[in-house]
Write a protein of this length. Structure first.
Length: 325
């Protein structure tokens, strides 16, 4: 009997000690380096935006936050590694359009954006613009659509990869406009921007910082803003809604998620640090210079954004008959 009582007492004591240790670890988070997986190459916009906010968060905590590039498979390499990581708050994933489009593009996807992750928060939104070369004889979306209908299959559009906003967003626009414009996939933006400037490519969607230099040289023309309102970067450019295509307004967002199962106190601690970073004028200025408008969203709000985009891209992929290579 005494042995049984001692066993019970020891078991209770160990359970209490473990709970106390867990509570201590959460209260003192982070007490070791945090890994942030970036699904694209170093220097990509996702990498740039991530470094801007995590540098401030690291300073808040006097801790180390390390960004690691895990590019490939349209973001799935990074996402799968993050989904399988220990749910302790020490592995984060930077996310953008690929995160919500992948479930519809890849049948054998081994991770799910809703099931396998907890949203931390949105960082910013990068306004995109409908770009054509200056040599193309169109000055607005209506003229572009008219030319595309007059010469079906002759115009084309470029995108930096399947599942990107430039790809799915343009496919959405094509469906709404009822036009035949073949796509040309690129490995990123450099060659695509060069080709649109020289006229080898007849249309694409670009962010403000990607378009600015070419606009200044007069090589390209902006005929529409792919956003829910006019952008401060090019305020004179009318939105797609103003030109009759309200459903074609899609603004890429960027944010942070962590593996499902991460303790709520740690989720809240990371989210509050992100919110505090986005509230500083320094971070806001850096994001603004990089072409991304700071736009905080709580974990709950970001979860709603993710779910809405999963549904949106599923419909676009189905309607357009898009399949991943």
């Amino acid at each position: 009997m005494k042995t049984w009582r001692i066993g019970v007492i020891v078991g209770v004591w160990l359970t209490a000690l473990a709970a106390a240790g867990t509570g201590y670890a959460q209260e003192n988070f982070p007490n070791r380096p945090v890994r942030v997986l970036v699904p694209y190459a170093p220097g990509s916009v996702v990498d740039v935006f991530g470094r801007i906010v995590t540098q401030n968060m690291a300073e808040q905590w006097n801790a180390s936050i390390i960004l690691e590039s895990k590019s490939g498979a349209n973001g799935s390499i990074a996402a799968e590694e993050a989904a399988r990581a220990a749910p302790d708050g020490y592995t984060w994933l930077m996310v953008t359009t690929f995160f919500t489009a992948s479930p519809s593009l890849f049948v054998k996807l081994r991770w799910d954006p809703v099931r396998d992750f907890i949203p931390i928060g949105q960082i910013c939104r990068a306004p995109n613009f409908f770009i054509v070369p200056a040599s193309l004889p169109v000055k607005n979306v209506a003229e572009y659509v008219a030319l595309a209908k007059e010469k079906p299959g002759v115009l084309n559009y470029g995108h930096p990869g399947k599942g990107s906003t430039g790809h799915l967003g343009f496919e959405l626009f094509k469906r709404l406009a009822g036009i035949d414009v073949p796509d040309i996939g690129y490995r990123g933006y450099p060659q695509m921007v060069s080709d649109i400037a020289t006229g080898r490519l007849t249309s694409t969607f670009l962010s403000a910082n990607q378009a600015l230099a070419q606009v200044q040289t007069g090589a390209i023309r902006i005929i529409g803003a792919i956003n829910d309102g006019r952008s401060k970067y090019f305020p004179d450019v009318p939105t797609m809604a103003e030109q009759g295509y309200a459903e074609a307004q899609v603004t890429p967002w960027f944010g942070i998620v962590v593996p499902a199962g991460t303790p709520q106190p740690i989720v809240e601690r990371i989210s509050k640090a992100l919110e505090a970073a986005l509230a500083t004028s320094e971070v806001q200025h850096k994001l603004d210079i990089a072409g991304c408008e700071p736009k905080a969203a709580s974990p709950g709000q970001f979860a709603d954004i993710i779910k809405a985009d999963v549904a949106l891209w599923a419909k676009v992929v189905k309607d357009a008959g898009i399949t991943a290579d």
